[in-house]
Design a protein around this ligand. Structure first.
Ligand SMILES: *Cc1c(COP(=O)(O)O)cnc(C)c1O
Length: 417
């Protein structure tokens, strides 16, 4: 794949080859990452990257779009079929611009919306003060209950009644439990707000029937395409037909120029894969693996936020070992071949730069073919590294075991030869 590049640009070719090795030899446990298939990558790396296609299929501003139309129409049809959606826009460059487009469609600067607080598991674009969402609009944040660490839908309802937001976002980047999209929709309807379900993290689970779906009742649904959905980096906005025009206009020309046709092709391929029966097994295995891993970690004395998981994600709470240990723990795990990210835990007494948690997930490991027995081993290894955080010898021992395990579950066997 990189034979020519190796010759013409050895610096970049070797960085790519080295990252392939890194992806092969480590346990990638950042819950927002996954391994896209070689077919997805082939489509994404194709000549479609050369094309300009401003507009929508059949209504382009540039000539020469007959094949770009084939690709975008296929992606739209497949997205609608996979999720049972009335309308799909597959052009957003990524999740953050997609959320920006939805805000643009429904809000004016200064308008009020409700979003999940970053500290409790919301995304930056859900109203963080350093993000455009918090800078341009008036934000009413909702969090989780301090004791149960779960969303309290009665509290969300109370806030919505009191503050009358124009839009309510559901969805999360660090919440280990199911999101009750139906309850959010009901609350939004009660107060006359638009409900935006941001299912970026769980869209693959929704597609595979392993998480309750926000369809068909939700006004607008956004998802990234590169997380559990296992496509290329990108995003889609799915909505009720009555909002189709508003959404399309907000994406183009409202907030974007030409769509990335090569990404659209990769999305179309990923959606075809997600429509195959095997994807249901994948999605259910992701959750089964997360439960097995959570169980193993707990058994070995590690505290988890909410005590466990019912999706693909686990939030490790290191507060019992000390405040603000998240970064240190993630570095120790990396030395042992386990790639994670530090993360705040709800009501974290530390700062976002020195959080007290570590966020992990099972989408990538499950794509490799790992199942419950591997999760039990990994849980035990991770717990030992966390309990002996400064022990370099232990980290090296675990790393050797991790590498041996990774060899048994190869990825991209056709690449890097
Ligand atoms: C990942 C994510 C996004 C943003 O996606 P990017 O592609 O990184 O911009 C938005 N919302 C949620 C809930 C996410 O998990």
């Amino acid at each position: 794949m990189t034979a020519k590049l190796k010759q013409h640009d050895p610096e970049i070719a070797s960085a790519i080859a080295n990252d392939l090795k890194r992806q092969q030899r480590n346990l990638l446990m950042i819950p927002s990452e996954n391994y896209a298939s070689e077919d997805v990558m082939e489509a994404t790396g194709s000549v479609l990257a050369n094309k300009y296609s401003e507009g929508y299929p059949g209504k382009r501003y540039y000539q020469g779009n007959e094949f770009a139309d084939v690709v975008e129409n296929a992606a739209i049809e497949r997205a609608k079929r996979l999720f049972g959606a009335e309308h799909a826009n597959v052009q957003p460059y990524s999740g953050s611009p997609a959320n920006a487009a939805v805000f643009l469609a429904f809000l004016r600067p200064g308008d009020t919306f409700m979003g999940f607080e970053l500290k409790c598991g919301g995304h930056l674009t859900h109203g963080s003060p350093v993000n455009f969402s918090g800078l341009i609009y008036s934000v009413v944040p909702y969090g989780v209950d301090e004791k149960t660490e779960r969303l309290d839908m009665e509290e969300v309802r109370r806030l919505a009644r009191e503050r009358k937001p124009k839009l309510i976002i559901s969805g999360s980047t660090a919440y280990p439990r199911q999101i009750d999209f139906k309850a959010f929709q009901e609350i939004a309807e009660e107060v006359g707000a638009i409900h935006l379900a941001d299912m970026s993290h769980v869209s693959g689970l929704v597609a595979g029937g392993a998480h309750p779906s926000p369809f068909p009742f939700t006004d607008v649904v956004m998802t990234t395409t590169h997380k559990t959905l296992r496509g290329p980096r990108g995003a889609m906005i799915l909505c009720k037909e009555k909002y189709a025009k508003q959404i399309d206009k907000a994406v183009f020309p409202g907030s974007q120029g030409g769509p990335h046709d090569h990404t659209t092709a990769g999305i179309a391929v990923a959606l075809k894969e997600a429509l195959e029966p095997g994807f249901r097994d994948y999605a259910h295995q992701v959750v089964a693996n997360a439960k097995a891993l959570a169980h193993a970690l707990t058994e070995h004395g590690i505290r988890l936020v909410t005590g466990g998981t019912d999706n693909h994600l686990i939030l490790i709470d290191l507060r019992p070992m000390g405040i603000g240990l998240g970064k240190q723990a993630a570095v120790a795990l990396e030395a042992a071949g386990v790639i994670t990210n530090c993360n705040t835990v709800p009501y974290d007494p530390s700062t976002p730069f020195k959080p007290s948690g570590v966020r992990i997930g099972t989408p990538s490991l499950t794509t490799r073919g790992m199942k419950e027995p591997e999760m039990r081993m990994i849980g035990e290894w991770m717990a030992s590294v966390l309990k002996g955080m400064g022990d370099a010898q232990l980290q090296a021992q675990v790393r050797a075991k991790v590498e041996a395990l990774c060899e048994r579950f190869p990825i991209y066997e056709g690449l890097g030869k």
